[in-house]
Design a protein around this ligand. Structure first.
Ligand SMILES: O=C(O)c1cc(=O)[nH]c(=O)n1[C@@H]1O[C@H](COP(=O)(O)O)[C@@H](O)[C@H]1O
Length: 280
């Protein structure tokens, strides 16, 4: 892998537009596609998504939980999804929100991002609520293997602000994530690239980025912005929330796109509509 994740993501966003299509096989969605809610239905749903998204969007983000529901057979489907997308040259973010003390984090890092990972995504979502420093093993492995991380900073759910806006010595919890990412992304910033430590900041957080004084441009961080579409995030809210950092933002949408299935051509058309709205 010649380029680091941040640079590969930038290239993919330039080529395909700033959309991350989520694969979230909710029971209701799977059944609305006329599929049974079992491993066979999961597999059909997920591989239809791969067919529709591969080569057409910058990034695809499978949500691990919906595959874990079906145990090891569900995880086998997830691995197939990750491998097929990699073979198609489409970047993947595995949404598993891992986070633990450093020694356990090392094992998560090797499992998902290491040289011997079974079906590694290009990047992994991680939860930093044991402290940004607890993520160090994952940052080190990702740096070594050219992969990336997305660290939760300001999540799209209404409960997030109570924790993430809290301050100590004048720095908010979210601010500590931005500062951690800024320091880890410094070498990439020096090369004029985005770094490989991204942040998750919901498309629904309103003016929180400005209110908390978060400098995302200085942090050279890619931003994964879930909540676009089904949770109410819009093109306008992305512009007002992210301001000068708008070009770093990868909008993420699952249900709004998946609701167009099961016909692959309708999924493709809906995906293209969303990409066009984001490019406009
Ligand atoms: O990390 C995420 O992707 C994520 C973070 C966050 O703050 N909010 C959030 O909704 N997500 C994920 O984004 C997806 C939301 O999908 P839709 O609301 O259907 O577009 C789910 O897989 C969530 O787990």
């Amino acid at each position: 892998m010649s380029k680091a994740f941040g640079a590969r993501l930038q290239d993919a966003m330039r080529t395909h537009g700033p959309l991350c299509a989520g694969i979230d096989p909710h029971r209701a969605l799977v059944e609305s596609w006329g599929l049974s809610y079992d491993v066979a239905g999961l597999e059909r749903f997920a591989l239809t998504c791969v067919e529709a998204f591969a080569g057409r969007v910058a990034v695809v983000k499978p949500q691990s939980a919906f595959f874990e529901v079906f145990g090891s057979r569900g995880l086998a489907v997830l691995e197939r999804v990750l491998v097929e997308l990699r073979e198609a040259g489409t970047l993947t973010i595995l949404d598993a929100k891992r986070g633990d003390i450093g020694s356990t984090m090392s094992a998560y890092a090797e499992a998902y991002l290491g040289e011997h990972a079974v079906a590694p995504p290009d990047a992994l979502t991680v939860s930093p609520y044991l402290g940004y420093g607890s993520l160090r093993p994952a940052i080190d492995v990702a740096t070594r293997t050219g992969r990336g991380l997305f660290v939760l900073a300001l999540t799209s759910n209404p409960e997030g602000a109570g924790v993430q806006h809290a301050t100590r010595d004048g720095e908010s919890v979210a601010g500590s994530m931005v500062h951690g990412a800024r320091d880890d992304n410094a070498p990439a910033r020096g090369r004029g690239e985005l770094g490989s430590v991204g942040l998750v900041i919901g498309a629904t957080v309103g003016s929180a980025v400005q209110d908390l004084g978060l400098d995302l441009v200085e942090a050279a961080t890619p931003v994964l912005a879930p909540g676009f579409g089904a949770q109410g995030g819009t093109v306008e809210s992305l512009a007002s929330t992210f301001g000068p950092a708008r070009d770093q933002v990868l909008a993420s949408s699952s249900r709004e796109i998946l609701g167009a299935g099961p016909e692959p051509s309708r999924l493709v058309a809906q995906t293209q509509r969303v990409v066009e709205s984001l490019r406009g």
